[in-house]
Design a protein around this ligand. Sequence first.
Ligand code: SDX
Length: 432
Amino acid sequence: MSQQKAQLTIEGKVYDLPIIEGTAGEKALDIRSLMRDTGYITFDSGYMNTGSCESCITYLDGDKGILRYRGYDIADLAENCVFIEVAYLLLTGELPTKAELDQFKYDMTRYALIHEDMIHFFDHFPPNSSPMSILSTMVATMHDFYPEMDLEEDPYGGLTTTTARLLSKIRTTAAFSYKKNIGHPLVYPRPDLSYCANFLNMMFDRPNMPYTVEPVAVIALNKLLILHADHEQNCSTSTVRLVGSAGVGLYPSISAGIHALWGPAHGGANAAVMLMLERIYRDGKNYDKYIAMAKDPNNPYRLSGFGHRVYKTYDPRAKLIKEVCTAVLETLNVKDPLLEVAQELEYRVSNDDYFVSRNLYPNVDFYSGIIYRALGIPTNMFTVMFALGRLPGWIAQWQEMNSSKDSSRIGRPRQVYQGVVSRPFSKIEDRG
Ligand code: SDX
């Protein structure tokens, strides 16, 4: 807490508001006693100016395009780590030693199977069910198949059996849901493959056509998952915290986060970008038509993959993903016409004052889908990939919320009522 104070004058009375200063210099007005002291609440629809917690996990600066997990820049982590190394960092606050990472890799192998009874669930989802609804259902059900979480000595202590179990099983569940969706036999996790190689193998290996795990694909997937691993108090993370603050366990809290991420304004944007690029491509690359639609104040259409609540400059993740995209397509010798559409659209948007004046740049979702497509992952699985990446961040944030006396109290925003204040009841026979 900074010693500085702000002053607020209401109806002639002056109130002191303490100022909270973060380690990176961010400042906040502490209004936790505002209602009690003044009778006023604040109003901030969309929480654009409202901090919900103090956190030590992720720092981002939207003006400078900075993103750091536990103090490490994401470019360094994406370049030098594998995904579960970064998951360890987010969960514990420290990068693992070699021995610690080897143990964590062992845990990923040990917990990779899902209960055989859970596999029957796949047979009862309607055909063409969304992989996101399947994923959230299966994660919520883990609460019943793996109740041991309640036996954890310290369920909020970073690395637990429950967190290792969830990180590993969500990967298997995602791959199994894909195989079920295309009617292929399930491919079980292998003890000799890494976290990402196992996922790719479970997705694409077939009895009649063995899959070769390409190193470039494993490297690209590790980078993508790392770049999605956390992003402070975004919509889905705030959902995980809010649901968790009611006292529910990790699995239902994560299941709620999966639902929030599904939205096209949030994690669902990566799939929406692909559909948008395909639409522009099929429409004779009529870029101006779609840019005009997005600029029309009377048209709700928006260019997916552009804009961000916090970043008012190029999303640092988008920059790194764009580099991975080029490398993957070149190495795998994939010619995707949609990459050229994406690059041309970005060029035109970057030279259009409507977008420049509103600080609308590509975000994390703009180029990621092109990489997933090059790896053979279908569009309806793109947001599942986002969820696989975001899971360690959700877990770390859920644990931090539960370990904090302040932010673990139940989340319950207020409102300003604008309805009819009061009126006498009328019986149905008197209502005409
Ligand atoms: C993610 O929060 C996070 O950290 C999220 C995320 C994470 O890692 O968790 O980074 C992941 O969700 C990335 C965002 C993915 N969503 C999209 O790509 C969907 C397209 N983008 C927009 O819907 C929008 O930009 C948002 C939702 C991302 C941000 O919305 P805001 O902050 O509420 O911004 P806004 O709606 O107030 O827009 C400001 C102006 C408006 O115009 P005016 O009213 O000033 O005239 O910019 C316009 C908007 O119409 N605008 C767009 C636009 N995004 C904003 N116009 C056209 N196309 C767009 N994409």
